[in-house]
Design a protein around this ligand. Sequence first.
Ligand code: ADE
Ligand code: ZN
Length: 341
Amino acid sequence: MTGLATAAERSAFIDKLPKAELHLHIEGSLEPELMFALAQRNGVQIPFASVEEVQAAYNFSNLQDFLDIYYQGMAVLIEEQDFYDLTMAYLQRAKADNVRHVEIFFDPQGHTERGVAFATVINGISRALAAGERDLGISYRLIMCFLRHLSEENALATLAEAKPFLERIHGVGLDSSELGHPPGKFTNVFAQARDLGLKLVAHAGEEGPPEYVYEALDILKIDRIDHGNRALEDTALVKRLVDNGMCLTVCPLSNLKLCVVDDIHDHPLKRMLDHGLKATVNADDPSYFGGYVNDNYRAVAEALDLSKDELILLAQNSFIGSFLEDSDKQRHLAAVDAYAG
Ligand code: ADE
Ligand code: ZN
């Protein structure tokens, strides 16, 4: 295939491009229709009368605005089957976008603090992930996030609660309200997770300053950065991330909806690639931000006039930055090469 001359050609190229998704909060894939169905199934009241009313509420001016609604939405998830249905709906959507491998986050504290057992959550999610691998051919890793607005003691208790399930948990992450909750607040729980052999990621530099990215690297010793946009404000930090081949899981439509960028045309993704950063494209919370992974690719491809080579690089980065075994990475990279022609 030669260059991609039109938006339609780009879109068609993106549709079939083999890719991995590395930044996806499973609770953020709860579509309004499923929210209503689960509210009815479980007899849970939600403060919306219709799907349209839900969508109208998804107007955010910052991360906290979104999180307030996101935690409310989770209230409909009660039974193991709810977590299964949520996860399976995402995997089917991912399959349609030719996603070959997913690394998904879940927020156990968002459920256990409502009285839903840790086992209920993880059993539903992991049963769907196993079915997705078997029936849809999508491999996976599962990453348990700690909510950074809660205490480190709470995170430590969550890690202790996760111990019987560690065969099904591949890594830990850090999400929720970034400002005022620097990575250093979670030094001990990340050290314990590291000792348990878990992979480590953290949201850093989404709203928070470059210092938070340094802390995630130096104190938490993370393997991958979620977002990382504000790292671009610090030249020495960019050089360090490039030199270390550190992967950034970038979420363009999320950044737009949460006002991390004012205009998609100003999104830093292309600058990240130009610097040599290992940036990837991801949906974050697709049902809240108006698009799944291919919608994110399309939005930046158009706004930033990304070339075919840049789209291929993004897909390659998604496998290189994943927690797959090297042999699996090579197999997926060969599939990208074959598709690129
Ligand atoms: N939880 C779900 N989505 C998030 C995001 N984009 N940033 C921080 N925490 C989150
Ligand atoms: Zn996120």
